[in-house]
Write a protein that binds this ligand. Structure first.
Ligand SMILES: [Fe+2]
Ligand SMILES: [Fe+2]
Length: 654
C-alpha cells in the first residue's frame, strides 16, 4: 500500500516594512495569510501580495519597484489620504491606523479577491484579444486564399499560413489524385524552417500505415505529442528516413484533412513541431526539447478552420482550371474545325498565336511593352481566333486557288473536246459533199487542203485552251489577254442538237479576266468579310473582364496603320498594339507557311523583305517589326511542314 503526501498550498502573502510598527500590529494574529517583512530584492508571491503600510515616506522610497504591478494591492493605515497624488492613486484602501486586526484581515481578503478578479479579467481580455486576432487572421487568410488563382502559389500559401497560425516549424501538403479510378496521395509540398529539404514530388498509396494515408482514408485529424512515442494501437507508423538523413527531429505532429463542400477528400496538411517561439531554429536536440510543444486543441481548431477555407479555395481554383481547360479545348476544336475547311490553312491560327506570343515576349525583353499574364492570355486568344470568322465564308470561295472554280476547267475541257468533234464532223461533211459533187479523183487531189483545214481548226482550239489554262493561273495577266479571251468567247461550236454554243461562257470570261490573284471583287469582299464575321462571332462570347478586348483586337488584324486596311480603314491610333503584332505574324505566316499551287512559299528572308516594305509604306508597325526581325521571333516558333498553312485572305497575290 502506498500513500501520497499532499503538499500544503501556499498562503497568500501580506507584506509590511520591517520598521512599520503599526502595520505589524494590525496584522498580528492573521492566520489565513503569510505575513512577511518586505526585504529588498525579494519578489512577492506569484498569486499576488498585499502590502500594508502606515508610512507614506517609506512607501514612497520603495514604490518605484512595484509601480504598475497588477498583482500588488496597497492598504494604507492612515487617518488621512497620502499627500503624494501618485501614491494616493495606488492605494487600494485606507484603514484607520488603529483598525482592529479582524477588520484588517477582511480588507486583506478583499484585496486578494480584487487581485484574483483583476487577473481573471486580464486573462479574459487576453483570450478575447487572441480570439479577435485569430478571427482576423483567419479572415485575412481566407481572403488571401480566395484571391490566389495560381494553384501552386495557393498550395504554398495554405501550408505557410497553416504553419504560421499554429507556430509549426515544418509541414507538408498532400493532395488526393484520382487516375483512372485509382486514388493515390501526391506529396506536393514541404516546408521546414530549420533544415534544408530537397523536395521531390511523389505519390503514395492511401492506406492507414502512414499518418497522411490514415488521414486521407479516414478523414480524421491526427494530433501527436511525440511522433517517436506513438499511442498504443494506432495503425500508422513514422518513417524516420528524413530525420536520420537530415538530423532533424520530428516531434509533435498535427495532420488535418482538406475537405471540400461536398465533404470529399482533397488532401491534407501535416504540421510538424509546434514551437514556443516561432523564430527559434530546431537545429539541436536541446532546441527541440526546449522549444517543441504539443499542438493544442486551439491549434487543432485553427488548423481545421484554415483547412476548410483552404479546401474551398483549392476547389474553386480547380473549378476555374477545369473551366479554362474546357474553354481551351473548345477553342482548339473550333479552330481546327474551321481550318479543316481549307487544308492549306491548317495550323495557321496556332502558328500565328505562337508567333504573336513570341513577339510579345520579345517586346517585353526589349523593354518596349509589358504584358500581365492576363493580357498575354488575351493576346493569345485574339491571335488564335483572329480568323474565326472564316466559318462564315463560303467554302468554294475560301479554298479558291485558281480563277475558275474547281469544276469549271473540266467543263471547259469537255466543251473543247465536243468542239473538236464538231469541227471534225463538219469537215467530214464538207469532204463528203465535195466527193459527191466532184468525184473521188477530185477529192483525192483536194484531200491535203481538207486535212490542212482540219489541222488549222483543231490547232486553233488547242491554242484557245492553252490561253484559258494560262489565264486560270492567278498570276498577273499578260497584255492583250482580255481581248484574247473575248475572241475565244466569240467562237462557237455546234452541240449535239445543232445549236451554236460559245466556247467560253460570260461567267468564265469574267473570272478568267481577274487581273491579279484568284478572286474577283465580290469574292474578295466575301473573304475580307471574315474579319467582321470574327468580330460578330467573338462578341457573342461572354468574355471575362480580363479578356473583354479579344473581339476588338481580332477585328483589327487586317487594318493598316496608313488607314488602307480593312474592314474599317481605321487610323493607326485606333489599332490596338496587340492587333498590330498579330498583323505582322499573320502576314509572315501567310507568305512563308507553304507552297501554293501557283507559287512557292517565301523564304523567311523574302518574307522579312516584304514586311520591311510594308513597314516602309506605313502598313505595319515599324517598331514592332524591328523587334520581330531583330529578336528573330520567327525562328523560335517550330513549324511542321506537314501542317503548313497559307493565309487565304492575305496576300494571295504577293
Ligand atoms: Fe485574317
Ligand atoms: Fe490569318
Amino acid at each position: 500500500m502506498t500513500t501520497t503526501a499532499t503538499r500544503p498550498r501556499p498562503l497568500p502573502v501580506v507584506l509590511y516594512f520591517s520598521g512599520d510598527v503599526a502595520a505589524r500590529k494590525a496584522i498580528k494574529g492573521i492566520l489565513n495569510f503569510t505575513c512577511a517583512a518586505w526585504r529588498s530584492g525579494t519578489s512577492h508571491h506569484k498569486k499576488g501580495a498585499v502590502l500594508l503600510s502606515s508610512c507614506e515616506r517609506t512607501l514612497h522610497e520603495h514604490w518605484t519597484r512595484w509601480r504598475g504591478d497588477e498583482r500588488l494591492r496597497v492598504i494604507a493605515l492612515s487617518d488621512e489620504r497620502f499627500r503624494d497624488a501618485g501614491l494616493d492613486r495606488a492605494v487600494y484602501a485606507y484603514l484607520p491606523v488603529h483598525t482592529p486586526p479582524p477588520l484588517v484581515e477582511r480588507m486583506v481578503e478583499n484585496a486578494f479577491s480584487d487581485i484574483r478578479v483583476s487577473g481573471m479579467r486580464q486573462y479574459s481580455d487576453q483570450r478575447l484579444d487572441e480570439a479577435d486576432w485569430q478571427i482576423d487572421e483567419l479572415n485575412r487568410i481566407g481572403t488571401a486564399l480566395s484571391a490566389e488563382h495560381d494553384t501552386h502559389k495557393l498550395l504554398e500559401m495554405i501550408l505557410t499560413k497553416s504553419r504560421q497560425i499554429t507556430r509549426a516549424d515544418a509541414g507538408s501538403l498532400y493532395l488526393v489524385e484520382d487516375t483512372d479510378g485509382e486514388r493515390r496521395l501526391r506529396f506536393v509540398l514541404a516546408q521546414n524552417d530549420s533544415v534544408a529539404i530537397h523536395f521531390r514530388e511523389s505519390t503514395m498509396e492511401i492506406n492507414p500505415q502512414s499518418i497522411a494515408g490514415y488521414v486521407a482514408l479516414t478523414g480524421g485529424t491526427v494530433n501527436l505529442t511525440d511522433a517517436y512515442k506513438l499511442p498504443r494501437g494506432v495503425p500508422y507508423s513514422i518513417n524516420r528516413n528524413f530525420d536520420e538523413a537530415s538530423g532533424y527531429r520530428t516531434k509533435s505532429i498535427l495532420a488535418v484533412p482538406l475537405r471540400n463542400q461536398k465533404d470529399e477528400m482533397l488532401g491534407l496538411v501535416q504540421l510538424i513541431n509546434c514551437k514556443r517561439d516561432p523564430a527559434v531554429k530546431l537545429s539541436t536536440q536541446a532546441a527541440v526539447d526546449a522549444e517543441v510543444t504539443a499542438f493544442t486543441q486551439q491549434h487543432q481548431e485553427l488548423a481545421t478552420s484554415l483547412a476548410s477555407q483552404a479546401a474551398v479555395a483549392l476547389e474553386n481554383n480547380r473549378l476555374v482550371e477545369d473551366i479554362k481547360r474546357l474553354f481551351e479545348g473548345f477553342l482548339r476544336a473550333s479552330v481546327i474545325a474551321i481550318e479543316t475547311r481549307d487544308p492549306t490553312t491548317c495550323g495557321h491560327s496556332f502558328r500565328v498565336a505562337n508567333l504573336t506570343l513570341g513577339l510579345a515576349e520579345a517586346c517585353e525583353r526589349a523593354g518596349l511593352l509589358h504584358f500581365t499574364p492576363e493580357q498575354m492570355r488575351e493576346v493569345r486568344y485574339a491571335s488564335l481566333l483572329h480568323d474565326f470568322g472564316k466559318v462564315g465564308v463560303r467554302e468554294d470561295v475560301l479554298v479558291k486557288a485558281q480563277k475558275l472554280y474547281p469544276l469549271q476547267p473540266e467543263l471547259v475541257r469537255q466543251r473543247f473536246q465536243l468542239a473538236a468533234c464538231a469541227t471534225e464532223t463538219e469537215l467530214l461533211r464538207d469532204r463528203l459533199r465535195f466527193m459527191l459533187q466532184h468525184g473521188p479523183e477530185s477529192y483525192l487531189r483536194e484531200q491535203d487542203r481538207f486535212d490542212a483545214e482540219l489541222a488549222r481548226q483543231l490547232g486553233e482550239l488547242a491554242s484557245f485552251r492553252e490561253t484559258i489554262e494560262k489565264a486560270n493561273i492567278p498570276s498577273l495577266l499578260p497584255e492583250g489577254s482580255f481581248e484574247r479571251l473575248e475572241q475565244i468567247a466569240a467562237h462557237s461550236y455546234k452541240d449535239a442538237e445543232g445549236q451554236c454554243q460559245p466556247l467560253l461562257t460570260r461567267d468564265e470570261v469574267r473570272l478568267l479576266s481577274i487581273r491579279k490573284g484568284s478572286l474577283d471583287d465580290d469574292e474578295r469582299r466575301q473573304i475580307e468579310a471574315h474579319v467582321e464575321h470574327t468580330y460578330h462571332y467573338l462578341s457573342q462570347i461572354p468574355w471575362t473582364k480580363d479578356l473583354r478586348n479579344v473581339p476588338q483586337i481580332a477585328r483589327a488584324h487586317h487594318e493598316k496603320l496608313n488607314g488602307q486596311g480593312y474592314p474599317r480603314q481605321v487610323a493607326a491610333a485606333e489599332i490596338p498594339l496587340q492587333a498590330r503584332m498579330i498583323a505582322i505574324c499573320d502576314v509572315y505566316d501567310g507568305i512563308t507557311a507553304c507552297d501554293r499551287p501557283y507559287k512557292k512559299a517565301a523564304t523567311p528572308e523574302q518574307a522579312l523583305d516584304i514586311l520591311a516594305t510594308a513597314a516602309a509604306n506605313g502598313e505595319i508597325d515599324g517598331e514592332l517589326f524591328r523587334i520581330f526581325r531583330e529578336a528573330r521571333v520567327y525562328e523560335a516558333v517550330p513549324s511542321n511542314p506537314q501542317e503548313m498553312a497559307v493565309e487565304p485572305d492575305f496576300p494571295r497575290e504577293v
